[in-house]
Design a protein. Sequence first.
Length: 199
Amino acid sequence: MTPWKIPLVVTAIAVPIAVLFWLGGPAMGVAAGALAAVAIVVVAVRQRPRGPIGAQKDEGADRVLIVVGDPLEDPAAIEEVATAVRASQAEAVMVLAPARIGFLERWASDVEAARRDAQRRLVISVASLAAAGVEAEARVGDEDVVQAVEDQLGSFAATEVILVSSRSEHDHAVAAAASELRSRLRGNFRLVLSDPAAR
């Protein structure tokens, strides 16, 4: 936040509380203060750091991180990913599958089904890449694609990230994740759309 905005934010919070103290008494002022505090906490929790993530091209050996939202089964998509990996001459390849956790599963802290689905996507994708001549490790990541990539890049300094998504499932969330990754990654980014029908 730029320095000149801080006094405006403080004024926007303090003035309504002071006015309600003056007009409605202590009960109204305290209620307004509590509401402002809750709003600040909610906004702070929802904010994520927006800085650059990942390694730059000149920071060492090339590594490729492949993020699979759907199993990598489409021959054309497999070939596109394998060609990109070979062109990068990567010394290491990692396949990352974000665990898709539904609202009820999150509420009940039941993440096993989501982890099993992510592991299934990993097994299929790693086997497909192996058949194309690309050896890769595999990891399950956070349900949020950008957060999963950021977390993984902390321990696996990839210089290229490839996001694989099904054409039929390429929705607003995937497009938003691709856009954010494209703008924040220090290394290269590539989006590969697969066709689930072409197996």
